[in-house]
Write a protein that binds this ligand. Structure first.
Ligand code: ADP
Ligand code: DP6
Length: 322
């Protein structure tokens, strides 16, 4: 049986940065994200008794090496749970640049978890889909749901999963300033590992993030956009600060990332409701009021070019297409 599932990317407002268990992908801190409709992945899976190896095609190109291995983590878990032993054919289309800090791994692994489990005949709950997606990539656990989503760090494999927080249907959007679509030099997986192991700033990150998350959930409940935005910027800046203390130190920022962040601050001082965030790449994302988004987009595009500023609304959770 071939199954096709769509998952949207999500961007964390309170970042996941660091694992306490590398194999199970259990995080050091809980995180909170927004699921977006503009970027997504469609993945089809079928288990095929005639195949002698798993095959993974990403945007029509057959993948080998670490990219295939990550997919096999999910396939093996599904085979274990379903008792199926056949190899699988996985075909995935990313409607999002791959490995550019735009969360292709989040939508990719969530879509894979959905399609592989359905193709194997498993009828998993959302919670178990989130746990399965987590094993492929931590941030993927959150793409199972739409709107604002919290990934609760939990205490073990069973209780570390995402939960929906709010549908975000209160005048919220996100702009993406695409500065560089190239694959990044330090993956999020490697970057967070190096930071946990070597950065003296890391313990303060974990300690302070717990409080940020509580405050952000309050802000969401009260629909307090400006507090939400301030906490979003704070979390991103703190996460990126930890990388500067790592051995070897590294940063995802490029000169234009700083220009973009400064422009967001300027536009805010002019009255726009806008706050930046950044992930494991140079691109800058801007949390904004949807009602102001088009005007903001024009301002940002006049500096970075029309093709480089994209707008997204709020995305929904995993969806079976066929
Ligand atoms: P990003 O910022 O795009 O998430 P990462 O370096 O965290 O970058 O993850 C990129 C990796 O995620 C790819 O190299 C690949 O291994 C995996 N990935 C991306 N898209 C998919 C997909 N559609 N299906 C399975 N794995 C994917
Ligand atoms: C900066 O989920 O890509 O985007 O679990 O190792 O696959 P792995 O990492 P990944 O890391 C995401 C890091 C981040 C912050 C976030 O999305 O919360």
């Amino acid at each position: 049986m071939k199954k096709t599932v769509r998952a949207h990317t999500n961007i964390a407002l309170i970042k996941y940065w660091g694992k306490r268990d590398e194999e199970l992908i259990l995080p050091m801190n809980s995180s909170l994200s927004l699921t977006l409709d503009a970027f997504y992945t469609d993945t089809s899976v079928r288990f095929d008794e005639t195949k002698t190896e798993d095959e993974f095609y990403l945007n029509d190109v057959q993948q080998t090496g670490s990219s295939l291995k990550k997919v096999q983590v999910i396939l093996d878990l599904v085979r274990q749970q379903s008792g199926i032993s056949h190899k699988a054919v996985v075909e995935s289309q990313n409607h999002v640049p791959t490995a550019a800090g735009l969360a292709s791994s989040a939508s990719g692994m969530a879509a894979l978890a959905g399609a592989a489990s359905a193709a194997a005949g498993l009828e998993l709950s959302r919670k178990d889909l989130s746990r399965l997606a987590r094993r492929g990539s931590g941030s993927a656990s959150r793409s199972v749901y739409g709107g604002f989503v919290e990934w609760q760090k939990g205490t073990n494999d069973l209780d570390s999963h995402a939960v929906p927080v709010d549908d975000a249907d209160w005048d919220i959007g996100m702009l993406f300033i695409l500065l560089n679509k190239k694959e990044k030099a330090v993956s999020s997986r490697e970057g967070m590992k190096r930071t946990v192991e070597t950065s003296p700033f890391y313990p303060s990150w974990v300690e302070s993030t717990e409080q940020d998350l509580i405050q952000m959930k309050d802000a969401i409940q009260n629909r307090d956009f400006d507090t939400l935005g301030k906490l979003t910027e704070r979390s991103a800046l703190k996460m990126h600060a930890t990388t500067l203390g790592a051995v070897e130190p590294f940063t995802y920022w490029e000169p234009d990332s700083l220009v973009a962040m400064e422009l967001v601050r300027t536009l805010r001082s002019e009255g726009f409701h806008c706050y930046f965030t950044m992930d494991a790449g140079p691109n800058v994302k801007v949390l904004c009021r949807m009602s102001e988004a088009k005007e903001l987009q024009r301002h940002l595009a006049s500096r970075f070019g029309e093709d480089h500023v994209l707008l997204s609304g709020i995305g929904e959770g995993l969806k079976e297409l066929s």
